[in-house]
Design a protein around this ligand. Structure first.
Ligand SMILES: Cc1cc2nc3c(=O)[nH]c(=O)nc-3n(C[C@H](O)[C@H](O)[C@H](O)COP(=O)(O)OP(=O)(O)OC[C@H]3O[C@@H](n4cnc5c(N)ncnc54)[C@H](O)[C@@H]3O)c2cc1C
Length: 471
């Protein structure tokens, strides 16, 4: 039986953007409904992205560390993988976090509607799937947060068994003997690292000339050096032109520089070549919401679309497609709807690749500075000189600051090394607060920690890094 309900704010999509927006709107005293097909909020990030991938990356890192500890006199027996238990543990991590979000939703008195919605007009949604299918929901304001989905390549359509996407890969139905990963961006590298750690022979094929297109090459070089034996084969400037599933194998053809390095077939092929906004079947044509030529919803600084009652946040509005960007935008949209003076205007959005070593950066990169012909000073502190890195047996890494020459203002920070992702927020704060290299140098950092590398990178600008001798 179709019901009619009305709310001050309805959020469509329960990912980090959507639940962040719904929670903020409720905290600001608005009457909120949140719509998503899953039993609890979480979205791609918690169910099929950030969280399961990081749980599994942690597992393979522990395995690797156990092997490397032999050099320090600590020997374990050869690790055994119990796939059912691993799957179970990963699922429990997801359940725990999404369950927690469900509880927080209830505590905030947000009405959670399980299903899919589409716009009937600028103030009405219609439930098109789920427990309330057919019912209409009226809203004063809506926040669209339906996220993104994996891009398919022509000739490489997902059958979800042999030709798979990241969500299939993280379901961990099987650990194939051979896996070809198409695309060496962060998703391809993270999942490639997981499967190699679980025992698959992983090959990688990438259209550009290196891992992590767009990231500074000096950071990527540290990753490449440590992981030179992780992958069976790596093919750069090479494309997959054809794929056919035959006798439980995917036969593939390659074209390009390294085409002859590839096998004829693989048990599974993971396509990780990017993500596209989920704007299909949303009834956007019944509103004035506009999308750009790549399909991303267009918004202003308050994240309001061309339809004044509808806001949009997260992956659906464009790059960088990252959970923390989505959440921040969600808060801005909720504040704007509540009548606060607010805007989305970050100076730096951190990016972290959770491989081993981790690669993290924020603000201006060296590559961007070169492309913009912008004069910058670059200072680095090698982790070979870090006490903490040495105690961890992980001297592979460095910390780099990108500095405006006249003001010595920190424009960007980049770090490669173990736990780089946990160090980068200090860089984000520095860029946001317009801190200078001197601020970093004069701030006492705890010893022995990897955070000292930020301070010492700044000291190195003046030739005064304690642990570097300048001739
Ligand atoms: C493998 C992988 C690893 C990742 N790792 C990281 C990471 O480490 N760090 C990071 O910052 N980002 C990571 N990301 C990216 C991150 O997951 C996204 O940026 C983030 O989830 C975007 O949040 P969102 O709120 O925009 O949408 P999503 O998380 O995509 O959520 C959208 C939700 O809307 C729902 N929905 C869609 N249509 C409708 C509809 N019509 N009605 C109701 N609900 C609907 C969907 O089912 C989904 O639950 C990763 C992504 C992948 C795939």
């Amino acid at each position: 039986m179709a019901k009619q309900q009305a709310y001050e704010v309805v959020v469509i999509g329960g990912g980090p953007g959507g639940y962040g927006a719904a929670f903020m709107a409720a905290d600001l005293g608005l009457e909120v409904a949140l719509i998503d097909p899953e039993a609890n909020p979480g979205g791609v990030c918690l169910y099929r992205g950030c969280i399961p991938s990081k749980a599994l990356l942690h597992l393979v890192k522990v395995k690797q560390e156990a092997l490397e500890a032999e050099a320090w006199g600590l020997q374990f027996s050869e690790p055994k993988l119990h796939m059912d238990k691993i799957r179970d543990w990963k699922n429990k991590v997801v359940e725990k976090l999404t369950g927690g979000l469900g509880t927080l939703t209830k505590k905030r008195k947000i009405t959670y509607i399980r299903g899919m919605a589409q716009f009937a007009d600028a103030h009405t949604l219609e439930m098109v799937a789920g427990e309330e299918e057919g019912s209409k929901i009226k809203f004063q304001h809506a926040i669209l947060a339906t996220g993104s989905e994996p891009v398919e390549l022509p000739g490489l359509s997902f059958d979800h068994h042999h030709i798979i996407n990241s969500a299939d890969a993280l379901n961990l139905e099987q650990v194939p003997e051979t896996l070809l990963v198409v695309g060496a961006g962060y998703i391809g590298l993270e999942i490639g690292t997981i499967y190699a750690g679980l025992g698959s022979k992983v090959s990688l094929v990438e259209m550009t000339d290196g891992f992590m297109p767009g990231a500074d090459r000096d950071l990527v070089d540290v990753f490449s050096k440590r992981n030179k034996d992780l992958f069976e084969t790596v093919m750069f400037e090479t494309k997959v032109t054809e794929a056919q599933v035959k006798k439980k194998q995917v036969r593939v053809k390659f074209e390009g520089k390294d085409a002859d390095k590839g096998n004829d077939s693989y048990e599974q092929v993971l396509v990780a070549v990017g993500r596209k906004p989920r704007t299909q079947n949303l009834g956007l044509e019944n509103t004035k919401v506009k999308v750009d030529d790549k399909g991303f919803v267009q918004v202003n600084a308050q994240r309001q679309t061309a339809e004044p009652s509808i806001y949009a946040i997260g992956d659906i509005i464009g790059e960088p497609m990252l959970a923390h960007k989505a959440t921040h935008e969600g808060k801005v949209a909720a504040e704007a709807i509540a009548g606060h003076k607010t805007a989305y205007e970050p100076q730096a959005i951190p990016a972290v690749v959770f491989t081993d070593p981790e690669i993290a950066w924020c603000g201006l990169t060296e590559t961007e500075a070169k492309a913009q012909d912008k004069k910058v000073k670059v200072t680095r502190f090698p982790w070979a000189a870090s006490g903490r890195a040495t105690t961890l047996g992980r001297n592979d890494g460095f910390t780099k600051l990108i500095i405006e020459p006249d003001t010595e203002r920190i424009l960007g920070v980049a770090i490669v090394g173990t736990n780089a992702g946990d160090l980068i927020p200090e860089g984000v704060l520095a860029v946001e607060m317009a801190a200078t290299a001197k601020d970093f140098a004069l701030t006492i950092h705890p010893h022995p920690t990897l955070s000292e590398t930020l301070m010492e990178a700044a000291e190195a600008l003046y030739g005064q890094s304690t642990h570097i001798f300048r001739k």
